[in-house]
Ligand binder design. Sequence first.
Ligand code: BV8
Ligand code: ZN
Length: 249
Amino acid sequence: MPAIDGDLMDQAAGLLKKARSLFVLTGAGISAESGVPTFRGTDGFWKNYSAEQLATPDAFAKNPRLVWEWYHWRQGLILKAEPNPGHHALVEIENRVERFLLLTQNVDDLHSRAGSKNVLQLHGNIFRARCSSCGKEDRRIGDKNASNRLPKCSCGGLLRPDVVWFGELIPSDVWRDSLKFLGGVDLALICGTSGVVWPAAAIPGIACERGIKTIEINLEPTAISSIVDVSIVGKAGEILPQLVSRLRS
Ligand code: BV8
Ligand code: ZN
């Protein structure tokens, strides 16, 4: 891992110090150091299936047991995981700005467990289920052997994870509120996302088009690295705390 670029850190800290309103977009990379696998990294496969193969309505219709097994496996990992210094640094940053919104693509609960308050989950929450028939929400999941006995709603319908699968519409209220907030911020921080999945991937371009200053933190350069104002390569769990210590000085 190359040393973190001090000039870029100073530039990013300078933008954060001045910002009165901040929009943060996170992806799987923010939870990677908590031991939660990312989607496209080497750890992105489960039993040789990719997320794109399992996180779809078709996959669930064809083999609900397999899809539930994948979600229970992921729930187990997240339940054992702890928020990492990157999650905690975002909590301190939230407490330092007047207006803050954290839009996460992640379905884990690590941001809220770290203490982030203004969090919107664009793709749902892995610890929520809903009935495929009547739509009723159910929090009963997490029961390990449900893969054998598929979880059912009181109406008899099959429960599904309350997440947004590929090909499904994202929650329009979350998207509308996120774009509205983005329109009024000084600064956007894009952290730990490969920027492949739409419409979340549109966020950095929208920010740049509106002249909003943008910072990217990622383990490697991405498609947006060339359009953001400051692109810092490194681990979020190391960079974010170092930015916070620059804000304290
Ligand atoms: C939609 C929830 C309108 C489930 C997820 C054909 C038909 C239909 C739709 C499409 C189509 N073609 C394209 C689309 C749109 C599609 C899409 O974008 N597909 C992609 C694959 C091209 N999008 C949709 O379907 C969306 N809905 O468009 O509705 C519509 C509807 C019908 C028809 C047309 C249009 C819904 C998408 C939501 C999918 N659900 N998750 C679950 O989690 O189980 S997506 C899931 O994957 C995540 O939520 C996240 O969004 C995405 C993964 O992306 P990342 O978070 O960026 O993670 P990734 O592993 O890719 O990268 C990690 C990054 O972190 C890397 O850059 C790495 O370098 C970095 N990193 C790693 N470690 C660290 C780090 N950085 C810092 N520090 C570290 N330590
Ligand atoms: Zn039901």
